[in-house]
Ligand binder design. Structure first.
Ligand code: FAD
Ligand code: SF4
Length: 330
């Protein structure tokens, strides 16, 4: 690991001042950043420790639920208001990592965690995300865990978070603070597709701090009938091959509003807009769910190694919608 300077920020203002220095990075739980530093993938010259900032609270605000950026993943998943109003978030967080990691990992860090592409972690391999212009090891190599939606000739990596898939389905809003003040970023605009700049994961500026994530009041209606399904190689301690966050606002069996997002399939949590179009306004039944899954997966483009994800996606979407619509998981 390369030597680095360390600053412990007392408040947001101090954190924003310290991050302005070249190549500084915020340190939250450290469960991703420190691993990347040990592998020499990330080489910040300064770590700005934000753990003393008062950003760990989970509070109601104008009917929305505000999740502090420094609230631990485990505290968020187990908070009574999250469990009651947004069980999809609880399920998604608890499907991720391990209890020990969730006790250390924060909500802001979860949004900002980097891809698990093997070639990104291996500094002896080409990777346009780690070193722009060097090539993509996965395109020439083994791409079993890689993306099937929204890829580019530069990068086919996926975003690894479970929590973010639920946040995408629930239209969360990310609150940030920077040198020019505060701003809100709708969740759909927070993470980016790779395009020609795969080194840039999100639309958060380098000198901006995530302060909280808002779960809108309107989204609690779709979270009442919801389900998070994660398919992975092992039952614990493994990232999603495909995951599905499904939520419904159902009245008399008719779908007023469906929300569907997929994980493990794209560079960002993938909102399944084609499937939602098929579902909205229809009577909820298995035949409809099959049509919705088919419509979404028709847009997928696979490599030789991850072709199985297209069938896996179909097979995961249908049961996630079925359990979600039944309200059994809430
Ligand atoms: C073995 C293992 C298995 C895992 N399995 C899963 C899994 O199955 N599902 C899953 O979803 N996740 C999984 N994770 C990832 C884990 O959830 C993330 O590492 C964690 O959420 C990151 O949070 P952190 O607070 O530790 O972030 P850090 O490691 O401290 O930071 C990560 C990044 O976020 C930035 N950052 C942190 N906070 C802020 C902020 N407030 N504003 C701006 N930038 C910020 C940092 O600068 C850094 O770039 C796993 C991790 C490990 C090590
Ligand atoms: S898929 Fe993206 S992260 Fe993986 S090697 Fe290619 S450029 Fe790097």
């Amino acid at each position: 690991m390369k030597p680095f300077a360390y600053t412990r920020a007392a408040d947001s203002q101090a954190a924003l001042q310290a991050i302005a220095q070249e190549n500084a990075k915020f340190l939250a739980g450290g469960t991703n950043l420190v691993d990347l530093m040990k592998e020499n993938v990330e080489q910040p010259s300064r770590l700005v420790d934000i753990n003393r900032l008062e950003l760990a609270r989970i509070v109601e605000r104008d009917g929305a639920l505000r999740l502090g950026a420094l609230a631990k993943n485990s505290d968020t998943a187990n908070h009574p208001l999250v469990r009651e109003r947004y069980p999809l978030v609880t399920q998604a967080i608890l499907a991720g990592a391990s209890a020990q990691l969730r006790n250390a990992a924060t909500n802001g860090g979860n949004l900002m965690q980097r891809t698990r592409c093997y070639y990104f972690y291996d500094v002896s391999m080409p990777c346009n995300k780690r070193e722009p212009g060097s090539g993509c090891g996965a395109l020439e190599g083994f791409s079993r865990i890689h993306a099937i939606f929204g890829t580019s000739p530069q990068c086919i990596a996926t975003h690894p978070s479970d929590m973010c898939v639920a946040l995408a389905a629930l239209d969360a809003v990310v609150q940030v603070e920077g040198p020019e003040g505060a701003r809100s970023i709708p969740f759909a605009e927070f993470h980016r597709l790779p395009g020609d700049t795969p080194q840039i994961d999100t639309n958060l500026k380098r000198d901006e701090l995530i302060t909280s994530i808002d779960l809108p009041a309107a989204s609690s209606a779709v979270s009442a009938s919801s389900y998070y399904l994660k398919v992975r190689d092992r039952q614990s301690y493994a990232f999603a091959l495909v995951s599905v966050a499904a939520g419904f606002d159902l009245r008399d069996g008719v779908i007023q509003q469906a929300r569907l997002a997929l994980g493990g399939v794209a560079h960002k949590p993938w909102r399944a807009a084609r499937a939602e179009q098929v579902l909205n306004g229809q009577h909820a039944d298995e035949a409809l769910f099959r049509r919705a899954a088919e419509a979404e997966m028709q847009g997928a483009v696979a490599t030789e190694h991850n072709r199985f994800k297209i069938e896996l996606g179909r097979r995961a979407i249908v049961p996630a919608l079925t359990v979600g619509a039944s309200g059994r998981s809430a």
